[in-house]
Each structure stands twice: as C-alpha cells, then as structure tokens.
Design a protein around this ligand. Sequence first.
Ligand code: DGY
Length: 328
Amino acid sequence: MPNQKLSVVVTRRLPEVVETRMSELFNVQLREDDSPMSGPELVQAVREAEVLVPTLSDQIDAGLLGQAGEQLKLIANYGAGVDHIDVQTARQRGILVSNTPGVLTEDTADMTLALILAVTRRIPEGLALMQSGAWEGWSPTALLGGRIAGRRLGILGMGRIGQAVARRARVFGMQIHYHNRKRVHAGIEEELEATYWDSLDQMIARMDVVSVNCPHTPSTYHLMNARRLKLMKPSAVIVNTSRGEVIDENALTRMLRAGELAGAGLDVFEHGTQVNPRLRELPNVVLLPHMGSATEEGRVEMGEKVLLNIKTFDDGHRPPDQVVPGML
Ligand code: DGY
C-alpha cells in the first residue's frame, strides 16, 4: 500500500510552478487568493497540517503554536528571515523550522545598491520631475547628488547579503567597512578590502553610507536607536533592506526631518505596512514596498528550497535549512 502523502498547508499564493510541484508531491492545501491568512485560518492550519508553509506575513508565535495539533512537525518557511516565528517554542514542542537562505542574496544586494544610488543621486526626484512634465532642460546646478565612488560604506551585518553588497559597492569604488557579531574570514576581508570595526559606534560615526544587512533578532532590535543615529554624520545616508525593527523608525524620521541626516533608502519598516506618514513626505527618502528579493527567479528558487526541506523531512532526514534557536 502506498504511503499516505504528507499534509501541507501553504499560507500565501506561491509561483505557479512551485504550487504545481507541491501538489504533485504532497497532499497540499493551497491558498486561493493572495491575502494573508486570518488568525482563525492560521489556527485551523496548525491544527490540521503536518507541515505549515508560512511567509513573513504570518505571526507564528507561542500563542498560535500552543494551539497546534500533535501532527504539526515542520514549519517550512518560505523566506530567509524567521523573526515572525517563535523558533524556541517550536523546538520545545518538537516542531522543526526551516527557511530559504542563499537564494535571496544577490537580489537583495542589488536592491541595496539601487537604494544607495537612488538616494545619493536623487533618482526619484528626477523621475518625479519628468513625470510632472515640468522639466525645462539641462542645468549645471539642478538635482545635484553626491558621487558614491570614494565614499565609505559601513555594512551592519556581514553575512551572505552583507558580503554581496560589499562586492557590488567595491565595483562602484566605495570603501568597505563592516561591523558583525564575528569578524569574517581573513580571506573575505582581503578580497573585499574590508575594514572590520569591533565598535559599531565608532564605525557609524565615520561612514558616509550605512547599510543594514543583519537579521532582526532580540539583540538587533533598535540596534540603530536614536543615540546611534545621532552618531552618524549629518551628510550620511542610511539604507535598510533587512528588517525595519533594526532601526528606530520614529527617531530616524525625526532626524531626517530636522536635516540631521542626509537621506534614507528603506525597503522595510518597523511596523510593516504602517509606515510613518512623515517619512513619505521627505524628498531625500526613498521607500520601497519590501521588494528586495522580488525577482521571478528568486521566488521560484525560494519555493525549490521549501520543497527540498519538506521532501528531505518526509524522507526521514533533517531539512537542509533547519533553523535552530539563536542561529540567526
Ligand atoms: C525574507 O525572505 O526574509 C525576505 O525578507 C523576503 O524578501
């Protein structure tokens, strides 16, 4: 008799090719529209599924996990960040957690550079001028930005994405500096000509551009708080393609409005879609709707990782991208 297929519940629409493969391999319940699941829908999902495939828009906290049935054995997150999952409680309840690292690296690094360029070279202001039809032709003094070659880039979090940002920024002629929990291998520092700063305070006080590339964890929450933001040079720019919670968004907004910082490029926000309305009014701020990893290729590769994690688990092994508490 053939084994029963694993029951899998997916909380959001995924690329068609991924959904098709999931349906072939597992007894899968797919989402019909692209809205996030409601609270009661999530409760039902954890009561029924052996494997839950959530995304960052689902809060998988202790309260929800407390309502999970005994059958829930794996949370195969569609995404790299797992700050929306209480990995510790999951572990205590014998539920494995996996994510999709690696496949978002290049796309997120591209978007980081795009934000650095957009803010420093005032691209949205130029675009708005063209779209308004008010452009009156070239002028020696109009829309002057800054040259990024020669600027000091301070990368906060030198993991895969931080390194990919550094590689790109080097090509643009930026000088690479970084702060990380652990100093990276000497060979990587050499390749990137990167300077390590043990003290985050000292690094950010000297940078022209600060890029946030660390995950959001209890120890990185508001790492860029009001005190630290004030250490930055008034001519400096900050970009964030990681998680909004790493920066105190209200403090940042106040400083930008007061002209105490030159600009910001943000793809992520402290309170999700509840973006500080004052940020939206500022000409020196570029806001994007969390699209750092939004490429066709990346989304399919994320799905392939999820499939591999579930399949490996189904075959009786540990998922290759298992996340353990405190790992990120
Ligand atoms: C992730 O996977 O955590 C990313 O933030 C999605 O863009």
